[in-house]
Each structure stands twice: as structure tokens, then as C-alpha cells.
Design a protein around this ligand. Structure first.
Ligand SMILES: NC(=O)c1ccc[n+]([C@@H]2O[C@H](COP(=O)([O-])OP(=O)(O)OC[C@H]3O[C@@H](n4cnc5c(N)ncnc54)[C@H](OP(=O)(O)O)[C@@H]3O)[C@@H](O)[C@H]2O)c1
Length: 295
């Protein structure tokens, strides 16, 4: 009998995301089981329970997915999971809370492509402003861009909360990122001054950048938006736009263009986990490596 690919899907929330359930089954898993309300302390016992039930040869066909809505907690859970694994019963893991790791990876990869194609500029040489940086997509986008050497500024409506994210990034990854409050139109314009890229990762349905604000941002080369719930995060930005010129000559990348790369990235990471002959652990770094190739 062929060994079944079994996925245990863990979330600290009340529900596992139906989006991720569908993606996992379409990606090659035969069975997926959601576990809700999972805490950090639950990780080791759950993982070891899953791992010891199969022979070492079959353990690799067992996977754990970590969802939720908190990028930092998901990274802690992934680390806890790695510590709980015992040779030779190792199993694979993939974290993508609220789709943030694959969405952030896709957004940064799309921006990198447009910068290179149309501005002959490397991602690592740019000044990047991330709106909605206290959310999981914004936080992860900031980390990926900073890891690539970009000069990153996190923006949010309350300075103390954005500062806390910048401190967390310094502590966890050793990366220096700036933080700025950008709540009022004046603060948003001031935050944009001197920036070459704006990543819009504010909550669904929020239009943050008006066409006037965009036109006034003289240094801006590229703006990307992941909000797929109307109105778009950037006024006048078509969700399908992929390097289309907007007010002031800024090149825009819309949510569905990014979503297309995100979808393929997540799907391929599930496929990789389902077909791997050794235990693997996937996070936003793997997502970005793949999204770069796809974009
Ligand atoms: N295209 C795709 O494939 C895809 C996939 C997943 C997610 N998404 C989208 O990506 C975006 C980010 O997702 P997320 O889960 O990280 O978002 P989120 O946690 O819901 O929100 C991100 C941040 O937006 C800010 N915010 C909330 N309401 C706001 C308002 N009225 N005005 C200005 N800022 C506001 C908050 O930061 P402060 O309170 O610090 O300001 C919040 O931390 C969402 O639009 C989501 O729908 C797209």
C-alpha cells in the first residue's frame, strides 16, 4: 500500500484557513486535519505524537502546517517544532500565517522584477517604506527587503507599535529597520519623502494612498499593493497592474498580479513538502526564493 501524505494543520485561531486547506490538498496531500486554538506549548506534544506514529521511512510523508495571523508567533512555533523533532522520525513543516509569508515574498519579488526591468535598480539599493507593517504581511515584507540589503522603514498609525516591530526584527534577525508614524495624510506624505518603493500592506478594504499623495511623492519609483478588497490600497491602481504607470510616473503593481505569484508560490511549497524524500522546513525565506523565480 502506498504511503499516504498526511498534513496536520495547526492554528492558534478558532478556524484553519479554508484557503490553506484547499491549497494543501491540491498540492498533493491525501489527508489534512485542522487543529485550532493551538498554543506554543502545544507544539512539541502534538508534533511528537504525529511523528512517533509512523516508521522513520514514512515519517517524511507526514507534514505540519502552521497558520494563524501572527508572523512572530508562527516563527516561534516553527522553531519549537524543529526542537521537538527527533532523528530518525523527522517530519516536514511549513509556516504561512494568514498567507503572509507567501504574500510578502510575492510582493517583494514582483517589486524586485519591476525595479530591475524598468529602473535598472537592485532591490538592495533602494529605500523602501512599508505601510501596514504591524500586520503579518507588512512585517514579513520588511524583513525580506531588509535581508536583501534594502533601507527599510516600517510605517503604521501608532509609532510605539511600529517601533516594537522594528525592535523585534533587530532582536530576531539582527537587522536594522527604521520606524515611522504615518496616520494623517501629512504624516503619510512625510514618510514617503525620499523613498523609492512603497509597499502597501494595510488591512483589507483600506485605501491608504490617494492619487494626489502619489503624484507628490517625487522620489517614488514603484508602489505595490496587496489589498484585494475594493477599494484598492492605492487610488487608481488596477489589481491586475504589473508595472503600469500611475500618477507622477510611479510604476504600480496590483493585488491580483501579486496574488498570482503568491498562489503559485504557496502551491509549489506544499507540493515540495508532499514530494520531498527528506524532512524540510519552509518559511518566508523559501517562499521568497521561489517567488523570485516565478515573478
Ligand atoms: N493579494 C494576496 O494574495 C493577499 C494574501 C493575503 C493577504 N492579503 C492582503 O494583504 C493585506 C495585509 O494583510 P495582513 O493580514 O497583514 O493585514 P492586517 O493585519 O489585517 O492589517 C495590517 C495593518 O493595517 C493597519 N490598518 C488596519 N486598519 C487600518 C486603517 N483603517 N487605516 C490604515 N491602516 C490600517 C494596521 O496597522 P496599524 O494599526 O499599525 O496602523 C494593521 O496592523 C490585506 O489587505 C490582506 O487582505 C493579500
Amino acid at each position: 500500500m502506498a504511503t499516504k501524505n498526511i498534513l496536520h494543520m495547526l492554528t492558534p485561531l478558532r478556524h484553519m484557513s479554508p484557503f490553506d486547506v484547499n491549497m494543501a490538498l491540491d498540492g498533493g496531500f491525501d489527508s489534512v486535519t485542522p487543529y485550532t486554538g493551538v498554543t506554543l506549548d502545544d507544539i512539541a506534544p502534538l508534533v511528537q505524537d504525529a511523528m512517533f506514529s509512523r516508521s522513520p521511512r514514512d515519517a517524511v510523508h507526514t507534514g505540519v502546517f502552521i497558520g494563524g495571523k501572527d508572523a512572530v508567533l508562527a516563527l516561534d512555533m516553527l522553531e519549537q517544532l524543529r526542537r521537538a523533532l527527533l532523528k530518525p522520525f523527522e517530519i516536514s513543516a511549513f509556516a504561512d500565517p494568514a498567507g503572509s509569508f507567501t504574500t510578502a515574498a510575492a510582493m517583494v519579488a514582483c517589486v524586485e522584477r519591476i525595479l530591475k526591468q524598468k529602473n535598472a535598480k537592485a532591490l538592495g539599493q533602494t529605500k523602501i517604506l512599508v505601510f501596514g507593517a504591524t500586520g503579518p504581511v507588512g512585517y514579513t515584507s520588511g524583513v525580506i527587503a531588509a535581508m536583501e540589503g534594502a533601507d527599510v522603514t516600517l510605517a503604521g498609525r501608532e509609532l510605539s507599535r511600529v517601533n516594537a516591530k522594528a525592535d523585534e526584527i533587530k532582536q530576531r534577525f539582527g537587522l536594522d529597520v527604521h520606524a515611522v508614524q504615518a496616520k494623517t495624510p501629512e504624516e503619510i506624505s512625510a514618510a514617503l519623502a525620499g523613498k523609492e518603493v512603497a509597499l502597501c500592506a494595510t488591512a483589507a478594504g483600506v485605501q491608504l494612498l490617494s492619487a494626489t499623495t502619489l503624484a507628490a511623492a517625487k522620489s517614488l519609483l514603484v508602489v505595490a499593493d496587496v489589498n484585494a478588497v475594493p477599494p484598492p490600497g492605492v487610488e487608481g491602481l488596477d489589481p491586475m497592474a504589473n508595472g503600469v504607470e500611475l500618477a507622477g510616473g510611479v510604476l504600480g503593481i496590483g493585488s491580483l498580479a501579486i496574488g498570482n505569484v503568491k498562489y503559485k508560490t504557496e502551491s509549489e511549497l506544499f507540493q515540495r513538502m508532499a514530494t520531498s524524500t527528506r524532512a524540510i522546513s519552509l518559511d518566508f525565506r523559501d517562499a521568497f526564493a521561489r517567488a523570485r523565480e516565478i515573478a
